[in-house]
Design a protein. Structure first.
Length: 269
């Protein structure tokens, strides 16, 4: 990353100029020493801004192993043409670079997990300009379902903390949904569907929630209660589940409930 290169060069400049100034008594190097310290501090403080500017000019390539993962498990990814996949890859890489991934109960969040989470964010916003879901900058990953101060009485598999801009996932439920999305409910997709609803559909009202839930049960073969059991959270708004099912069971939804399919497609587009 550009910021680290600048930081490394500036530290080297500080070391060399400091040696020449303090030990060889070359007075002119005090300015070089001061400039090196200033640049090093700036590179450290503005690391994110520097890297983001650099990536905007020179978009980074997605690692081939992550592309293979998307091709194996990403039904949506496989519908894209070559140019669209390049856009998807770039956005996924930038999403990962923009977020802070925090492991809980293990040492480091693997790259595969980071890009698994990024996949959902990029997929759901692919037809939009804003795909970073700011100000949600932190992503916490647990191995298993968890308790939090906001929800201390019920173990759950995902959570969105709006006050401090944090997404939380349980890896035990996140991974199966990505690998086998028609069998396991995708908590990653659902979480970003909630954020998408908040950002783009805040005024959307489902006229007949009970009928909609019945339709969703038929489409996905998962009742509202089963989704609540899997996520550990009450699902009062059917809209995120509608979006989840649009991406996961598109053919079934189009065949059985074409008006519902078209409605959600207009949201996504």
């Amino acid at each position: 990353m550009l910021s680290r290169r600048i930081l490394t060069l500036s530290i080297l400049t500080v070391v060399v100029s400091g040696y020449l100034y303090f030990f060889n008594h070359i007075a002119g190097f005090i300015w070089v020493l001061s400039a090196g310290i200033l640049v090093a501090m700036s590179a450290y403080i503005f690391e994110h801004q520097i890297n983001w500017w650099w990536y905007g000019k020179y978009p980074p390539a997605l690692h081939p192993e992550m592309q293979k993962m998307y091709l194996r498990a990403g039904a949506f990814y496989n519908t894209l043409d070559e140019a669209e996949r390049k856009t998807f890859d770039t956005r996924a890489r930038l999403f990962v670079e923009a977020k802070e991934f925090i492991p809980q109960g293990f040492s480091e969040v693997a790259e595969e997990i980071k890009y698994m989470i990024a996949y959902y964010a990029i997929m759901i916003t692919f037809r939009k300009q804003d795909y970073l879901f700011n100000p949600y900058h932190r992503i916490v990953v647990y191995l298993h379902p968890f308790l939090t101060p906001n929800i201390p009485d019920q173990v759950h598999t995902y959570e969105i903390e709006h006050d401090d801009g944090t997404l939380i996932f349980a890896l035990e439920q996140l991974t199966p949904g990505f690998i086998n999305p028609t069998k396991f409910y995708q908590t990653g997709l659902h979480a970003f569907a909630e954020l998408f609803t908040l950002q783009y559909l805040s005024n959307e009202v489902v006229a007949d929630p009970e009928s909609t839930w019945a339709s969703l049960t038929e489409i996905g073969q998962k009742s509202r209660e089963s989704i609540e059991d899997f996520t550990g959270l009450a699902q009062t708004n059917p809209v995120p589940v509608m979006i989840h099912h649009w991406f996961t069971f598109r053919e079934t939804m189009l065949r059985t409930y074409p008006e519902l399919y078209e409605k959600i497609e207009n949201w996504i587009r």
